[in-house]
Write a protein that binds this ligand. Structure first.
Ligand code: NDP
Ligand code: 8X3
Length: 255
């Protein structure tokens, strides 16, 4: 049986690139997300291109009952999950705290923090039963630093890193690794979602320099996941060369 990775948020961006990368390397893949038609298309593509087994599960990580029933209902052969990639997440808006949209705050906290926790809670007992496993949580440069207008998003990503460090201690006796990948600016659907479909605002985020691609992040995640059992890459912070930190990017208008 091939290794198994469960990816949250496989319908776009990093999650989709990770699905391709692991399938290329003969892992069987559990792809998840809310957009059913994208899951169906991706399942078909992965099976066709890489001849691996793929299971798609459509659910919302914010809904604990959906998370629990998706994991409880896994067919026997899919229960030995080697890697859980907690990737589903988003930023909603980029405004000062005093003008913040509280619905956006709820959305980010419910998805990036609570959704990630629900997944860890549901999947870690399966890994403990196997006495092996690897949880890789997607944080961000925004989990290391802060920037104006980033308030709640930065808070959620700092939380992802703190939760991961604590969970590493909890899961240590069970040979379950916990790692974090923290990307800087990467061109995916992230900014389109953040700016609620405003294509101009989204494109402006990536103008004048070369941002990371989803495939760059997939490479790092594959590297983390394929170390020998005694090695845990605890954290990777990966930035575009043009980005020095959360507030300084060298933009020279040559892509
Ligand atoms: P995308 O918007 O391209 O992809 C986000 C994925 O998350 C989609 O597959 C989406 O699927 C899924 N998702 C969102 N909300 C939910 C939900 N409630 N339930 C289930 N799935 C959900 O963004 P990225 O690939 O860029 O982002 C992936 C992760 O990386 C996020 O956690 C983000 O915060 C983080 N990140 C992104 C950076 C960037 O610059 N792009 C940099 C650093 C971190 P669907 O809508 O079908 O449910
Ligand atoms: C996404 C990167 O810098 O927009 O996590 O917060 S940033």
């Amino acid at each position: 049986m091939n290794n198994i990775i469960l990816i949250t948020g496989a319908t776009a961006g990093f999650g989709e690139a990770v699905a391709h990368k692991f399938a290329q390397n003969k892992w069987n893949i559990i792809i998840t997300g809310r957009r059913q038609e994208r899951l169906v298309a991706l399942e078909h593509l992965l099976k066709e291109n890489y001849k691996v087994e793929v299971l798609s599960l459509g659910f919302d990580v914010r809904a604990i009952d959906q998370v629990q029933s998706a994991i409880a209902g896994l067919p026997e052969k899919w229960r030995k999950i080697d890697v859980l990639l907690n990737n589903a997440g988003l930023a909603a808006g980029r405004g000062p705290i005093q003008e913040g949209e509280t619905d956006d705050w709820e959305l980010m906290i419910d998805t990036n923090v609570k959704g990630l926790l629900y997944m860890m809670r549901a999947v870690s007992p399966l890994m403990i039963a196997n006495q092996k496993g690897h949880i890789i949580n997607v944080a961000s440069l925004a989990g290391w630093e802060t920037y104006g207008g980033g308030n709640v998003y930065c808070g959620t990503k700092h939380a992802v890193r703190a939760i991961s460090r604590a969970a590493r201690v909890d899961l240590l006796p069970h040979q379950v690794k916990v790692s974090v990948v923290s990307p800087g600016a990467a061109e995916t659907e992230f900014s389109l979602v953040r700016f609620k479909g405003d294509e101009q605002k989204a494109a402006a985020v990536y103008e004048g320099y070369q941002p990371l691609k989803a495939e760059d992040i997939a490479e790092s995640i594959y590297f983390m996941a394929t170390q020998p059992p005694h090695v845990n890459i605890e954290e990777i912070l990966i930035l575009p060369t043009a980005q020095a930190n959360a507030t300084v990017t060298h933009k020279n208008n040559t892509k």
